[in-house]
Design a protein around this ligand. Structure first.
Ligand SMILES: NC(=O)c1ccc[n+]([C@@H]2O[C@H](COP(=O)([O-])OP(=O)(O)OC[C@H]3O[C@@H](n4cnc5c(N)ncnc54)[C@H](OP(=O)(O)O)[C@@H]3O)[C@@H](O)[C@H]2O)c1
Length: 306
């Protein structure tokens, strides 16, 4: 483990004693320097952040001179990706506006696992508009952090939910509440003749016109991630398709922490459950980033720091 000096909060920052953090797609991408687009944002030849990690829960240890939102000892959590990285550490300084109070009903491990994936799901469905009872929803990449939260949100609205993922995850997905499951290696859901009101895609691995074919007349397709070339395809074809159809195609750009209070209330109320892989220890982080890359994790990979 690398030893660095304890950081000192700037005016509007708070120093957090990190209790738990998680491994995300960003960490895997920073470690590999791919997709290459990230190099424009995070460093051309090497990452400008030496400590990765962007989701945390922890305890306020010190406050900057203008930071007024929290007092020492407050339990907080949040996604800090808009304000730098650095949660794979015992201490990190964070702009106080990024953080929210951690509900007492949630453990530090649970709280750290929520902001990023859960808000990708919540913000996607907000773009679609209100889900209606009986609507057919398909989630591609159903067993990841986004897919599982999306399942809970859709079943809360009595939608009929189909999950697409790898064969070894399908039994678990059924148990979680998916009405129908599809093994993506056995069946291409865009070619089985079924149509959906909403398709939420975590992978974007089919051509855009194939998604359009799988939507009902006024259905919406929304993607949260995938290869840049595929996303550009969705952007271009989505605009084109509006000229001849009522179907919608959208790409979500996550607004970190936007809607966090709303989604976390569902966890506190028991409507949504955290699916945690771990917790692991801080010195396991390099291996965990590779483990994330292999895609074998089930739920959020959580690291208990203190
Ligand atoms: N929009 C934004 O602003 C934003 C910001 C940050 C991240 N993201 C994106 O959000 C997504 C994160 O989602 P996540 O963490 O829930 O995903 P994930 O855990 O990486 O993957 C979800 C599931 O997809 C399965 N899968 C793999 N290949 C598949 C295929 N061809 N068809 C269907 N399922 C497949 C995986 O199973 P197996 O691997 O076992 O096959 C896994 O269970 C990523 O795409 C990330 O890039 C978006």
């Amino acid at each position: 483990m690398q030893v660095v000096e304890e950081p000192v909060p700037k005016e509007n920052e708070v120093l957090i004693r990190v209790q738990a953090t998680t491994v995300n797609d960003y960490d895997w991408s920073l470690a590999r320097g791919k997709p290459y687009l990230y190099r424009l944002m995070f460093g051309l030849l090497r990452p400008k952040y030496t400590i990765f990690g962007m989701e945390l829960s922890g305890i306020v240890e010190e406050t900057g001179i203008s930071a007024k939102k929290f007092v020492i000892g407050d339990e907080v959590f949040g996604d800090i990706s808009d304000h730098g990285f650095g949660t794979f550490a015992e201490y990190v300084c964070v702009d106080e506006n990024v953080l929210r109070h951690k509900p007492l009903a949630l453990s530090f491990e649970e709280a750290a696992s929520i902001p990023h994936a859960a808000l990708l799901a919540l913000q996607s469905f907000k773009i679609v508009g209100n889900l209606q009872a009986g609507q057919q929803v398909l989630i591609n990449g159903a067993g990841g952090g986004v897919g599982v939260t999306a399942l809970y949100l859709a079943t809360m609205q009595d939608c009929v939910v189909t999950g697409v993922d790898s064969a070894d995850k399908l039994a678990g997905l059924r148990q979680m509440g998916y009405d129908h499951v599809i093994d993506y290696r056995q069946q291409d859901f865009t070619k089985n003749g079924k149509t959906y009101d909403v398709i939420l895609d975590c992978k974007t691995n089919r051509p855009p016109w194939a998604y359009l074919r799988s939507l009902k007349k006024t259905g919406t397709y929304i993607t949260v991630g995938g290869k840049l070339s595929s996303l550009l395809g969705v952007l271009f074809f989505g605009r084109l398709s509006r000229l001849f159809s009522e179907k919608g195609m959208r790409i979500l750009a996550l607004k970190p922490n936007d809607g966090l209070e709303e989604i976390v209330n569902h966890y506190v109320g028991g409507d949504i459950k955290c699916l945690i892989d771990g917790p692991y220890t801080l010195d396991e982080v390099p291996d965990l980033v590779e483990y994330f890359g292999l895609g074998k994790h089930k739920g959020k990979i959580v690291v208990k720091v203190s």
